[in-house]
Ligand binder design. Structure first.
Ligand code: NAD
Ligand code: TDX
Length: 333
């Protein structure tokens, strides 16, 4: 099977590429990535000399580049996105360009080239905050921030291409991922690396917002299953099944690092901050997937990875990230 993976130099996409090349000797991968601040070819060192892997530097909103990269593939998996909520609050232009227009560009090329399978990698955030219970795939979309609104826009286009053009699309909506190689703007790698540097951990609001944590390799296994066995036109929720309040998660990280709780710094809340996400995952469970990693062990493994890979995150934190961090947290204390 020949795959086009977009956004494969990012966190989840790079894990997915390594997973596929390792597991399927007959599969090959083209990785189309714009290399934004979040794209990092270091994540793919292990496969860069592999003959079944090819990197194409380009933007998913560029129709000519997309058509070239997509010609002859058996499936497209769209991981490419602007993915950080706080950045979408500072400015949403790139989110709309990539998450909506980029998705549209991929869909148009897939339709023209009659691609047999298109998988859109989406998020639990499109449902908005879930105060009680858990949402199924047919729940209304109520995104609360520009990131989730742009992802919801992409999802609606994908579904429309199924309804209108019968393009064989599938959508996965996962909960919060964590693991090695995650850009240190997201809470887990930010708090681990800040703590390693004895810097404060900026905890938003009352710290009691709830996220359902999913180890990145479990998400890769679920996406793999949807790619190979999912039913076209269907949406699949993928949840870790481990709901944790941010304050509890923060204390757990500090404990694993042997750092004091005095590093926690309560800061002003994120505007439009969703209180809780919770997915009903019966559908993906029926397809034969459940998470294989337990949160405590996977978090310990993740902490160990950041401890041992300072050479990966130090250049990031002292580069582009520095200016972003100053702007993001300037008036929050
Ligand atoms: P990431 O920010 O780590 O990586 C995004 C990648 O996309 C980068 O390599 C970047 O260079 C690339 N990219 C951005 N704009 C592009 C463009 N216009 N053209 C080509 N490439 C472009 O993101 P991630 O955390 O790996 O998330 C991957 C996908 O999974 C996203 O679609 C995101 O919405 C979704 N998702 C993420 C999570 C999570 O917890 N991280 C949870 C659910 C869903
Ligand atoms: O400095 C922080 N302090 C803090 O309290 C940061 C960065 C976050 N938080 C809180 C906000 C959230 O309640 O931690 C929680 C997790 O925040 P993020 O890591 O920014 O993730 P979230 O906003 O939940 O979105 C993530 O999951 C869904 C990913 O970034 C998205 O790409 C994915 O779609």
């Amino acid at each position: 099977m020949k795959l086009l993976v977009t956004g494969g130099a990012g966190f989840i996409g790079s894990h997915f590429i390594r997973h596929v090349l390792r597991k399927y000797p007959g599969h090959s991968v083209i990785n189309l990535d714009k290399l934004t601040y979040a794209g990092n070819l270091e994540n793919l060192r292990e496969v860069e000399r592999e003959p079944r892997y090819r990197f194409v530097h380009g933007d998913i909103s560029d129709a000519a580049v997309v058509r070239d990269a997509m010609r002859g593939v058996d499936a497209v998996l769209n991981f490419a996105a602007e993915s950080h909520v706080d950045r979408s609050i500072l400015g949403a232009d790139e989110f709309l360009k990539t998450d909506v227009l980029g998705t549209f560009t991929l869909l148009e090329a897939a339709r023209e080239l009659r691609i047999p399978r298109y998988v859109q990698i989406s998020t639990d955030e499109v449902y908005g905050s879930v105060e009680h219970g858990a949402v199924r795939e047919n729940a209304p979309l109520r995104p609360s921030n520009p990131y989730s609104a742009s992802k919801a826009g992409g999802d609606l286009l994908v579904s429309a291409y199924w309804a209108t053009h019968r393009l064989p699309v599938l959508i996965t909506r996962s909960s919060n991922n964590f693991g090695p190689n995650q850009y240190p703007e997201k809470i887990i790698p930010l708090f681990i690396t800040n703590a390693l540097e004895d810097r404060r951990l900026p905890l938003y609001g009352d710290g009691r917002n709830v996220r359902d944590w999913l180890y990145v390799l479990d998400n890769c296994a679920a996406i793999d299953l949807v790619l190979h066995a999912g039913v076209p036109g269907e949406i699949y929720n993928i949840g870790g099944g481990t709901e944790v309040e941010n304050i509890v998660l923060t204390r757990q990280i500090l404990r694993l690092l042997g750092k004091p709780e005095s590093l926690i710094q309560p800061v002003k809340d994120r505007p439009g901050h969703d209180r809780r996400y919770a997915l009903d995952c019966h559908k993906i469970h029926s397809l034969g997937w459940k998470p294989a990693h337990e949160l405590g062990a996977a978090l310990a493994e993740t902490v160990r990875w950041y401890k041992e890979h300072e050479a990966w995150w130090q250049p990031i934190k002292s580069g582009e990230f520095k200016a972003y961090y100053a702007k993001q947290y300037a008036d929050r204390a």
